[in-house]
Ligand binder design. Sequence first.
Ligand SMILES: Cc1cc2nc3c(=O)[nH]c(=O)nc-3n(C[C@H](O)[C@H](O)[C@H](O)COP(=O)(O)OP(=O)(O)OC[C@H]3O[C@@H](n4cnc5c(N)ncnc54)[C@H](O)[C@@H]3O)c2cc1C
Ligand code: FES
Length: 264
Amino acid sequence: MKLRECDVLWNKKVSSGYFHMGVEVGDAFKAARAGQFVMIKTTGEGETLLRRPFSIHDVREDEGRLVLELLYKVVGPNTGVYAKLKPGHSVSVLGPLGNAFTLPEKGAKSFLVGGGIGIAPMLFLGRQLVEAGHDPSCHTVFIGGRSKEDVLSAEVFRGMGLTVVETTDDGSLGEKGRITVPLERFYEKEKPSLVYACGPHPMLVGVAQLMEGRDALCELSLEIIMACGMGACMGCVVDGRDAEHPYHHVCIDGPVFDAKNLNM
Ligand SMILES: Cc1cc2nc3c(=O)[nH]c(=O)nc-3n(C[C@H](O)[C@H](O)[C@H](O)COP(=O)(O)OP(=O)(O)OC[C@H]3O[C@@H](n4cnc5c(N)ncnc54)[C@H](O)[C@@H]3O)c2cc1C
Ligand code: FES
């Protein structure tokens, strides 16, 4: 884990209320793994007081620089400040933090499920699978959103050769309804070994219920409210399932959990 002042390289609006930012990071990110996150704070004029957690959306080499990509939704004061950042500004980045998704064996099938901004960590996961030599056709991405503006990154996944299934609550893109509907249908047909999900709590509950009693490992990445980000407060506690682990800190025990270990 490293704390570093990083230059903003670009910061673009990609959909209504959603932004995609690239910042130059140091070599510590060469070892970053899909599922991990960073804590961000702006510095200088318009400095934000508290760090906020964001999934690693991607890490890529670009013209000799290592670039950390973040995909974020403007929901409050901090993300409101981020949306105004331009090249020449800098942000303070703490990370990579937390644990990572379990990668499947080569040849095994997996489903990557993202609801709204919950798609953010799935792109890095898809990239790691492809770069590790996995057959892209073994991996299917399910992207759900309220409306078509909330369905992000679909073309990037398709460009990587992954199959993409989209749903929207209002039917403006893909199948109308909840993402768990095609997820169940595809599960019965494909029988993947792993199902990864990140998104709003009700979606994660739906995915966990769907996977209960089924063979696949189901890993959930929890995007809950965090304060310190390092185990020092109780700001991020979630209920565990057994007496030995009655609760978990999302910041240091997660953010990725086996659904079997959570009491949702
Ligand atoms: C491990 C992890 C990874 C995350 N990755 C991403 C990411 O890749 N992209 C992204 O956009 N966001 C991500 N988040 C959520 C992000 O941290 C919050 O949206 C951000 O902290 C909001 O900051 P703010 O000051 O703008 O808004 P705040 O003032 O903190 O919040 C504004 C409103 O949003 C609500 N809120 C804040 N955070 C959350 C949350 N996590 N879930 C539900 N409601 C919330 C608050 O209750 C409040 O009503 C992640 C969270 C975690 C824990
Ligand atoms: S955010 Fe403080 S303990 Fe996790």
